[in-house]
Design a protein around this ligand. Sequence first.
Ligand code: IMP
Length: 427
Amino acid sequence: MPVVAVIGGQWGDEGKGKIVDLLAQEANVIVRFSGGDNAGHTVVNPQGDFRLHLVPSGIFSPDAVCILGNGVVINPDRLLDEIDQLKGRGVDTSRLFISDRAHLIMPYHILLDGLEEESRGGKAIGTTRKGIGPAFADKVARSGIRAGDLLDREVLLERLRLAVDYKNTILTRVYGVDPLSLDDVYEQYCRYGERLAPHIRDTGVMLWEAVDRGAAVLLEGAQGALLDPDFGTYPYNTSSSPLAAGACLGAGLSPAWLDGIIAVFKAYCTRVGAGPMPTEIEDETGQLIRERAHEYGTTTGRPRRCGWFDGVAARFSARINGFNGVAITRLDVLDALPRLKICVGYQLDGGNVSDFPASAAALVRCQPVYEELPGWQADTSDIRRYEDLPVEARQYLSRLEELISCPIKLVSVGQRREQTIMVGRIW
Ligand code: IMP
């Protein structure tokens, strides 16, 4: 059975939660590989409506094993809260495992995320303030605390002593705020350790064994390609790689094992936080999309910026990920619009640009070149077969497929599992 990665093709919030929930029904192992509780996945299934931030959406498949891989940063408080909520609603969480190599979000990461954002003033990134950037910075700086450290109190205290001492210097001397108490943080994390211990494992070994016995493995992306630290709109990006290559690293498996890379693209674009977004619609059409689709962040509640489908960004995303199948979500949101635009190129400083620029400053100056297509102005939310879609909707989807240069395998026309049009096989 294959190993398939589900990757956000845009700026996150593409509806990956629903696609993973669907595919997870046939998966044996589901792995989150990047980000942390900055992610927010909405899942609507027969068990109810759920908003997940850390626990993989595959938790609803009764026999599947769920893993938070080494590439995820974990806020133990938020994870335990999510586990408690799921348990309280009858969902079995005993099959959830955490990589002993995964880094932990500490109280000083959350404090520093907020303080750093404040200090950026008008140039703030618009982070989720969940401590994600500071936690990944510590991982790379070799001063992080890992899930495995929770299993050895002496190691934990030793690592914490160094970290808290250093962070307190920054908190007090740079930002003039109160220091943290080493004892309080230590006791708090010992308590988390007690509760999380049964879940903490070498998940790389579990994964290797699963692949070896032919299990179906689903790698669940968070965020989207355009938020990647290398390829996103730097510095307006997140701090871990949401790409297919990041999936292998963050799950702890070889790229040679990857059989499928499925992109999730919204039928239009959204973005939360600051940073360039060439196709943003700032008039009432943008407002209409936001309200029809309830485009407000699952994690922060912030209104999402809405825009037309950006073919330049999509082509770039396809190139750096190597997608071999696409899921288009939220087609039904466009049902109400009489005309639709698709961005097929940019104009930059008087010239044509067909590649996504590296510089955020250049991207801000990019003017989208649009193609206009007729809308279909009909309800698609009850349609289940591709051929039953209005001809204008099929034309629109064909154009997206051409721009992404990858076959559409699935079209989503609503939040519920059954509101899905299967076009081709994914597993
Ligand atoms: P951070 O990941 O909290 O550091 O935020 C960095 C940027 O990534 C900000 O623009 C956030 O809005 C954005 N971001 C982080 N996680 C998500 C997500 O799950 N969906 C959409 N945007 C996200």
